[in-house]
Design a protein around this ligand. Structure first.
Ligand SMILES: NC(=O)c1ccc[n+]([C@@H]2O[C@H](COP(=O)([O-])OP(=O)(O)OC[C@H]3O[C@@H](n4cnc5c(N)ncnc54)[C@H](OP(=O)(O)O)[C@@H]3O)[C@@H](O)[C@H]2O)c1
Length: 315
């Protein structure tokens, strides 16, 4: 039984990986967290408190628990979180038991030429460069946008609530550009299924692309309007507006805890990414082709299941 550690396994994406790993019943799972464990260990799952600043202590813990593969799902939002992941990569490289590492990424293919659009791409590039220089085998997981956002609050998900482009609850949309940019999307649980299957591959490509569906905002809007039988109140932010950061926030779930300026910053960033086509993912290296038995949910199915009825579903 291989031991898989999930760093940030208490967060949105990390929890999903832990749940799917546990369901397989073929791995020992180690959940790495900065805090004291809040959950009881089980026969196959251990919750381990770690100090991301102490590389040698982390190396010892990885060896003590015989961790073979690390899936990082640390929320990479700052220099501090990026440094934690870089230290974990260093510890994994030093650990005699650890051979493989999946960095926290789970988005589009982040390259240096996109830094002007999104400076935080540097965190992902730093991790990829350190992995390249290490003796670890790694793969960068690219699922596009998480589909979960358009099924909230009904869809089963561990992600924090947020509205991007179309807020189905309020029947309002603030769409970037002309709404025809292609966006590849994957439901978090489908991504986790693919990645857990990829753990058994003998070799990993640099990029593991997973695509649940390929849609545009206009298509999502048309599907949602059809399912609900209602026309939405829609505005489009032009390219000039987006470039100036003068964007429209769609209505947000309540109690997010962000200021209007912070919301606008996120909307402007994601709008720039969408209109630059970053979510139109390459056809190469798709795990979909390697694992045809996984049937990822499409956007239409997710919308149908989330909005044709009101009770929680996708259990
Ligand atoms: N493509 C998409 O649509 C999409 C959407 C959401 C997220 N993502 C990506 O998925 C990844 C995970 O995101 P998430 O939303 O799941 O993250 P999250 O829930 O915000 O955070 C995950 C975990 O990171 C750990 N963490 C926080 N600060 C840390 C620090 N300084 N050092 C080490 N660990 C720290 C925390 O675990 P402990 O407190 O237990 O240590 C937390 O539970 C990110 O790379 C994000 O960009 C992609």
């Amino acid at each position: 039984m291989a031991t898989i550690a999930v760093a940030g396994g208490t967060g949105g994406v990390g929890k999903t990986f832990v749940e799917i790993l546990e369901q397989q019943n073929k791995f020992r799972v180690v959940v790495l967290s900065r805090g004291a464990p809040k959950k009881e260990d089980t026969s196959n799952t251990v919750h381990l408190q770690i100090d991301y600043e102490d590389v040698s202590a982390m190396t010892k813990q990885l060896e003590q628990y015989n961790v073979h593969t690390i899936i990082s799902a640390i929320g990479l939002i700052s220099e501090e979180t990026s440094k934690s992941q870089l230290n974990l990569i260093e510890a994994a490289d030093k650990s005699k038991s650890t051979a493989r590492f999946i960095p926290s990424e789970y988005s589009f293919i982040q390259t240096a030429d996109l830094l002007a659009i999104d400076p935080s791409i540097q965190f992902w590039l730093d991790a990829a460069n350190l992995l390249k220089a290490s003796s670890l085998e790694y793969t960068r997981v690219i699922p596009g946008f998480f589909m979960d956002y358009w099924g909230m609050p009904h869809v089963k998900t561990n992600l924090q609530p947020y509205s991007f482009g179309i807020d189905i609850s309020s029947r309002k949309a603030a769409i970037p550009g002309d709404g025809n940019d292609v966006i590849c999307m994957t439901y978090t649980y489908d991504m986790a299924h693919y990645i857990i299957k990829a753990l058994d591959l003998d070799e990993w490509p640099e990029f593991s692309v997973v695509v649940g569906d390929q849609v545009t905002y206009n298509q999502i809007l048309a599907m949602a309007e059809e399912i609900l039988g209602e026309k939405f109140d829609v505005t489009y932010d032009g390219i000039d507006q987006i470039e100036k950061g003068n964007v429209t926030n769609p209505p947000m779930p309540s109690d997010l805890g962000y200021s209007e300026e912070e919301l606008t910053e996120v909307t402007a960033l994601v709008s720039r990414l969408v209109i630059n086509g970053v979510f139109d993912l390459p056809k190469e290296n798709r795990l979909n082709a390697l694992f045809p038995e996984v049937n990822p949910i499409t956007m239409k199915e997710l919308l149908e299941k989330s909005w044709r009825r009101t009770e929680p579903h996708l259990e």
